[in-house]
Write a protein that binds this ligand. Structure first.
Ligand SMILES: NC(=O)c1ccc[n+]([C@@H]2O[C@H](COP(=O)([O-])OP(=O)(O)OC[C@H]3O[C@@H](n4cnc5c(N)ncnc54)[C@H](OP(=O)(O)O)[C@@H]3O)[C@@H](O)[C@H]2O)c1
Length: 270
């Protein structure tokens, strides 16, 4: 088996690649820094990066919520199936219409599929845009008290690897959440406690949020994406727990507190 991991240096892809390599599987990274490179924005890179693989983990970038993402995922999935990739595992987003369209596109490829449909990643606080906010001691967010069942990227990778390597997961749609609903203020408190820092959430308007991100150097397209996510996806629609981790792995998901302690111990907010 040879697996191409699209987004293989990102928050989930890196963990998927590490786990597959630890099992002795042949793994190729499918991203702009891979060999050969894979670029979602350059269709000429798709075939060379997929050729020769038998399975693929599909983590789209920047987000399945962006217009046109579903069609691109569908095209890449169809190319993969034509080239002999028989198993596709899609990283999807919970409560996003566009992401659900991408799921249908991938399912239509004819390859065996598993959908891993996730809530917000805990690692957004330690490995992505919100890391800087944690370090600054303040998460200025337009969120209010809407709770989110943050999910751990390690759990996502465990489910993805199970789906890539075990036939029992073919045709399954797993909704992955953590075991607990937390507001962003709850999450900030957990991180603060684990990291030994003062971290608080300041409620801001959507415009103030966008200008704050711009001051941190976040690119304009990412700002508009985050704005969409905070306006649409964080409207309370995902304020419920799902059983995907338990169903796929036979064990409960990792709690946010354990994530925060492990990330702090690894120096994420040192
Ligand atoms: N973050 C969340 O909370 C969340 C929740 C639910 C679903 N999702 C879904 O998860 C997916 C990944 O999001 P993420 O936030 O976790 O990102 P991520 O995987 O951490 O993003 C970074 C990865 O994308 C690659 N990349 C960047 N630009 C690329 C391009 N033009 N072509 C190919 N690869 C590119 C990077 O590698 P190189 O720099 O080497 O190219 C790296 O491997 C998205 O589709 C999103 O919808 C995210």
């Amino acid at each position: 088996m040879s697996t191409v991991v699209l987004g293989g240096t990102g928050k989930t892809g890196r963990r998927v690649a590490e786990r597959l390599r630890a099992r002795g599987e042949d793994v190729r990274i499918g991203s702009r820094s891979g060999t050969p490179p894979f670029d979602w924005e350059d269709p000429s890179t798709w075939e060379p990066a997929l050729r020769g693989a038998t399975a693929a983990y599909v983590s789209y970038f920047p987000d399945l919520a962006i217009p046109g993402a579903a069609e691109v995922v569908g095209t890449v999935a169809a190319i993969a199936a034509r080239l002999g990739i028989t198993r596709l595992v899609l990283l999807s987003g919970r409560g996003e219409e566009e992401a659900e369209r991408a799921e249908q596109e991938l399912i239509g490829s004819g390859a065996d599929w598993t959908i891993v449909r996730c809530s917000w990643f805990s690692q957004n606080f330690s490995e992505d845009h919100f890391h800087d906010h944690v370090m600054a001691g303040e998460l200025a967010l337009p969120v209010g008290d809407v709770p989110e069942p943050f999910v751990d990227a390690d759990d996502i990778a465990d489910v993805a690897v199970a789906a890539l390597t075990d036939d029992r997961h073919v045709g399954e749609l797993y909704e992955l959440t953590g075991p607990r609903l937390l507001t962003f203020a709850d999450a900030a408190a957990e991180i603060g406690k684990a990291a030994g820092r003062d971290v608080r959430v300041a409620s801001v308007t959507h415009d103030e949020f966008a200008s704050g991100l711009a001051r941190h150097g976040v690119p304009a397209d990412v700002i508009s994406l985050l704005r969409y996510l905070f306006t649409v996806v964080l409207d309370g629609r995902n304020a419920s727990l799902a059983d995907g981790v338990q169903r796929a792995l036979g064990r409960p998901p990792r709690d946010f507190r354990d994530y925060a302690r492990a990330a702090a111990a690894a120096g994420a907010w040192a």
